[in-house]
Design a protein. Structure first.
Lengths: 339, 352
């Protein structure tokens, strides 16, 4: 499986070795050709809003799962925190997505069609289902503040069951919301996103769980935060496992995840994840340590999402990530036409 | 964890009939698939195609743009340049590949250093991502003689001894109108559609500028205008061909480098042309994008090239990203299950 991948890495290491030393430009190694070194692909036009949405979408998904768990196991504090965080995150998500459009006033054109070949269309419909459910679940939390009589009294009685149903509906949609964004990135010609399609969903699922757990650790006393701690451990495990595979399995195309700004962001994300999980587990008696750990997990998720985002952009900007893997593919096919 | 997904090196046959994308898209009694065959061996780099395209389609200008890297001052296909004439200078006899040259015949006026310097030049075409700077080392490596020539044609020194072989490669690039078009597959609004001629066109009244197609195009063609927020690209002159006219660029081409017609006919013509060129000793002549079995199911606009595709800024083995989409959804489904299981386990897995 992928027996050719190391060869690409080797070629690249030779290319790097050839570039070091004195007359860099005068004796360039002819490892690949390009048109004046300019990119072949157009890098994504998406800006920070989309990277931020990767975080807020995952946060909403993780929070809704946390809230549903709290709802079903009778942990009112966990439920309330999860529902409010989910509503805030999904509201921010919608704003970020609309803001990133070239024509924001035409955002509703997304609702003209439902296209399974477009992860963005699939995501639109996931959000269209999830958003109102998460919103209703959060609104139901204000029921105890309503007067007991009159029309608002009716709402006071009706809201809790509606909120329970909506909370469960949001939790059903949440795993789809937390993982489709990986397909959104992978279903592009951006080399380091596309080739990572097998592992990115696990990075994003783990990151979503860890950020949801972060909300729990921040919002509820340590005595109630047991599930959040366990969710943090599981999420961090998934995320670190996926990220390790992304960085090591892709040969040359793993390089953008390890170097430059994306490399720094992903290392920071990993360090914060490890610190957050360690704090959550070891500091389980301390409110302060738990809260700081929760904040670290949220920051980790932000760093990881921006790291993955910028790694893809970097891979599209440099023609070597387009030419070398495609050349290697052609060589493989030429060596073994039957495959 | 399951093994990394194995993908055959040869793309599997699409479930869609590659030959007739218009019928596959639902058109009834579609006319023959129309396309371009761009024969770069007769391109003279006059850029009449670029100008004719802008005139007919009302594409905005980018003002005075000088890139300083060659006679190419357009740089790339953008939302404001739907034809782009690439211009490559190679100090090697016709018929040789990229690796045969050693030594710089004319000295200082141009070379790897000037190529590296000019790689960083950009203009503002009013689009995003538009025209991006190149990597200086890669530009220096592109050919070993680059940049604006000196006062006289390069290699002409007045004496037979000093003369070197030299060639210019020119190629009018355009949207490929892929059989399996990534841009069309990922468009979430339905703004991109397949015409009855098998071409791929953006509906400007629908596009909301989400930019997904920009990232999905394996050729880096489609691009967004900054001032209007929508994506634009070659329409293969949908308005002209619907009225039985030839697209503006092909109409304007003085050497018939750009040929327009039914794709079947163009493929036959191209096969004959490449055979002729090889007979004449042009061993590097090859077709690009003509093969219905390639990673995008064949291009509606294909090319005859005289060197490797990447020399012209084309990807050597493009593949439509949605080919792997079923595998992507499967992996996402697995991750979603893992996420659900982790959440359930977190609440059932202990008392505290």
């Amino acid at each position: 499986m992928n027996r050719d991948r190391p060869a690409v890495g080797d070629r690249f290491r030779r290319f790097r070795a050839g570039r070091r030393g004195g007359e860099e430009l005068a004796v360039p190694p002819a490892e690949f050709t390009s048109y004046y070194g300019r990119p072949i692909l157009k890098p994504p036009v998406w800006t920070w809003e989309i990277a931020a949405y990767l975080f807020t979408g995952g946060l909403a998904a993780g929070s809704s799962l946390l809230a549903a768990g709290g709802q079903l196991t009778g942990r009112a504090g966990v439920r309330r925190a999860g529902r409010f965080a989910a509503l805030a995150a999904v509201t921010a998500s919608a704003g970020l997505l609309v803001k990133d459009l070239g024509r924001p006033e035409r955002f509703h054109h997304m609702l003209r069609v439902a296209k399974p070949t477009s992860p963005m269309s699939v995501g639109t419909w996931i959000l269209a289902g999830y958003g109102p459910a998460a919103g209703l679940a959060a609104v139901a939390e204000v029921a105890p503040l309503l007067p007991t009589r009159g029309p608002l009294g009716l709402a006071r009685r009706a809201l809790p069951p509606v909120g329970r149903a909506a909370g469960l509906a949001a939790a059903v949609a949440a795993p789809a919301l937390g993982t489709y964004t990986a397909v959104l990135l992978a279903d592009t010609a951006v080399p380091s996103w596309h080739e990572a399609y097998a592992d990115l969903p696990f990075v994003f699922a783990g990151s979503a769980l860890a950020s949801g757990a972060g909300v729990g650790l921040l919002a509820v006393p340590p005595a109630q935060a047991g599930p959040a701690r366990r969710m943090a451990v599981a999420g961090a495990g998934l995320e670190l496992f996926g990220a390790h595979r992304v960085e090591t399995r892709l040969g040359l195309l793993g390089e953008p995840y390890r170097t430059g700004r994306p490399g720094r962001l992903l290392r920071a994300g990993r360090a914060l994840t490890v610190a957050g999980v360690a704090g959550a587990v070891l500091g389980r008696r301390s409110r302060l340590v738990s809260a700081v750990s929760g904040a670290a997990l949220l920051a980790a998720s932000v760093a990881t999402r921006f790291g993955v985002f910028h790694a893809g952009v970097a891979s599209a900007r440099d023609p070597k990530y387009t030419v070398l893997p495609q050349r290697a593919r052609l060589d493989r096919r030429a060596a073994d036409p039957g495959r | 964890m399951v093994d990394p997904p194995h993908r055959p090196a040869v793309p599997p046959q699409s479930s869609l009939p590659a030959a007739d994308p218009a019928t596959a898209a639902g058109w009834v009694d579609a006319p023959p698939r129309m396309g371009f065959f761009t024969d770069t061996s007769v391109c003279i780099g006059c850029k009449a195609c670029e100008v004719a395209c802008k005139e007919w389609n009302g594409v905005p200008t980018a003002g005075l743009d000088l890139l300083g890297m060659s006679y190419d001052n357009t740089g790339a296909l953008t939302a404001n340049s739907w034809r782009h004439v690439a211009f490559v200078e190679q100090p090697r006899p016709a018929g040789h590949g990229t690796a045969s040259f050693a030594g710089n015949p004319t000295g200082d006026p141009a070379g790897p250093a000037s190529a590296a310097r000019s790689a960083g030049t950009v203009t503002q075409p009013g689009t995003e991502p538009g025209l991006l700077p190149g990597e200086p080392p890669a530009a220096a490596r592109m050919t070993e003689f680059l940049g604006m020539p000196a006062a006289g044609p390069p290699g002409r020194t007045g004496s037979a001894e000093g003369r070197s072989d030299f060639r210019w490669l020119m190629m009018s690039d355009v949207c490929k109108h892929c059989t399996r078009a990534g841009c069309l597959d990922v468009c979430p609004t339905g703004a991109l559609f397949r015409t009855e001629f098998g071409t791929v066109v953006v509906q400007e009244d629908i596009c909301n500028g989400c930019g997904y197609c920009v990232s999905a195009c394996p050729y880096g063609v489609i691009d967004r205008r900054v001032d209007d927020g929508r994506v634009w690209k070659c329409t293969l002159c949908y308005d002209r061909i619907g009225a039985g006219l030839t697209p503006a660029c092909a109409q304007a081409c003085p050497t018939e480098s750009i040929q327009y017609g039914p794709l079947d006919e163009l493929r036959e013509r191209a096969a004959a042309r490449v055979a002729t060129l090889r007979e004449r000793g042009e061993t590097q002549a090859r077709l690009y994008g003509h093969d219905p079995d390639d990673g995008v199911g064949g291009d509606g606009a294909f090319f005859l090239l005289l060197d490797e595709p990447e020399v012209y800024g084309l990807p050597p083995d493009p593949q439509v990203t949605t080919r792997d989409l079923p595998a992507m959804w499967r992996r996402a489904g697995l991750a979603a299950l893992a996420m659900t299981a982790a959440a359930v386990g977190a609440f059932l897995g202990g008392r505290r």
